[in-house]
Design a binder for this molecule. Structure first.
Ligand SMILES: [Zn+2]
Length: 318
């Protein structure tokens, strides 16, 4: 016969080995689960447990973060307490309000420290990463629904407008990084395949014209592999894409970088022992990519239906 058991989740604050505060996060009576639903914590309970633990943890961190010297940074006189204010913070799974002490001085100086004031944002980067990742893969309103499902609640920080802002901000930063990325070609490829495809995307704003997106895929002939009679896969490739209306400037830069990552070499870099003096880049039609089948290495070059056959210089100068 199993005795009655309880299970307690306790947060304990310890200073120099001495317990100075303890709070009960959750007390659970252990029962034999009757259904699969009763095994472990429910999804919503898990989110609440983390939220309650963070509610105990964050004020301690904020105390250190907002710690001030006793003297005014402007005039050097002793500062005095000046009311309590609320600091907000949005973590990956939960939102928090933390009470913080404000300070002031007779000279007019005052301080109401916040997490936003310290870090220029009060949203944890883990949350921004989830918002930007989902926002890049699906409509913003669908991303909002997905996040509400995972959070078991509708958080205002996860509304579709905030998800759009996070996606565009991260997208802008990644764009700059990708454009300025320095690529060192350490092992050149003798041949590369380049496939460029474009399409028109309808603008969701009514009355606006559709815009064009271009995707360029670069891969080595040996990366293309037949897995079954009607299926081929590209084991390794680099893809560049852009929907910017800039006369192809961005897509050209990104395509060149994608090709460099696949081993596009030039005569300067051909000093490497294994590097050929140039890379032959073969542009392919969409059908050619779909039909490409490479049963033997020596048939690789003649099997694809090539649109164009040009040396790397053509790509470098596009
Ligand atoms: Zn002062």
């Amino acid at each position: 016969m199993v005795k009655k058991m309880n299970f307690e989740i306790i947060v304990r604050q310890v200073e120099s080995g001495v317990t100075i505060n303890e709070s009960l996060i959750k007390e659970i009576k252990i029962n034999k689960p009757k259904t699969i639903r009763e095994v472990g914590f429910r999804h919503e309970e898990q989110v609440r447990i983390i939220q309650n633990i963070q509610d105990a943890y964050l004020p301690l961190q904020c105390k250190l973060l907002f710690d001030l010297e006793d003297l005014c940074p402007t005039c050097g006189n002793k500062i005095r307490k000046n009311g309590i204010h609320t600091v907000s913070f949005h973590s990956s799974l939960s939102d928090h309000k933390i009470k913080a002490q404000g300070y002031s001085c007779g000279c007019g100086w005052q301080s109401k420290p916040t997490i936003h004031g310290e870090f220029v944002t009060n949203v944890h980067p883990d949350l921004v990463k989830i918002q930007a990742t989902l926002g890049a893969k699906m409509p913003y309103k669908d991303a909002q629904l997905a996040m509400a499902e995972f959070n078991c609640s509708n958080r205002s920080v996860n509304n579709h407008v905030k998800i759009a802002e996070a996606t565009n901000k991260i997208g802008g930063i990644l764009h700059e990084i990708k454009l300025e990325e320095e690529i060192t070609v350490t092992k050149g490829s003798e041949n590369l395949y380049l496939h460029v495809d474009g399409g028109h995307i309808r603008d969701k704003k009514q009355g606006k014209r559709s815009f064009e997106a271009i995707i360029a895929t670069v891969f080595k002939p040996e990366s293309y592999r037949k897995v079954s009679e009607d299926k081929n896969v590209i084991d390794s490739k680099h893809v560049a894409s852009s929907a910017l209306d800039d006369h192809g400037k961005t897509i050209n830069i990104l395509t060149l970088k994608a090709a460099q990552k696949e081993g596009l070499s030039n005569r300067v870099e051909s000093l490497f022992t294994e590097t050929p003096s140039h890379t032959t880049v073969q542009a392919m039609s969409h059908t050619a990519v779909l039909l490409l089948c490479l049963p033997k290495a020596n048939e690789r070059l003649k099997s694809p239906n090539l649109l164009n056959h040009s040396r790397f210089i053509a790509l470098c100068t596009i």
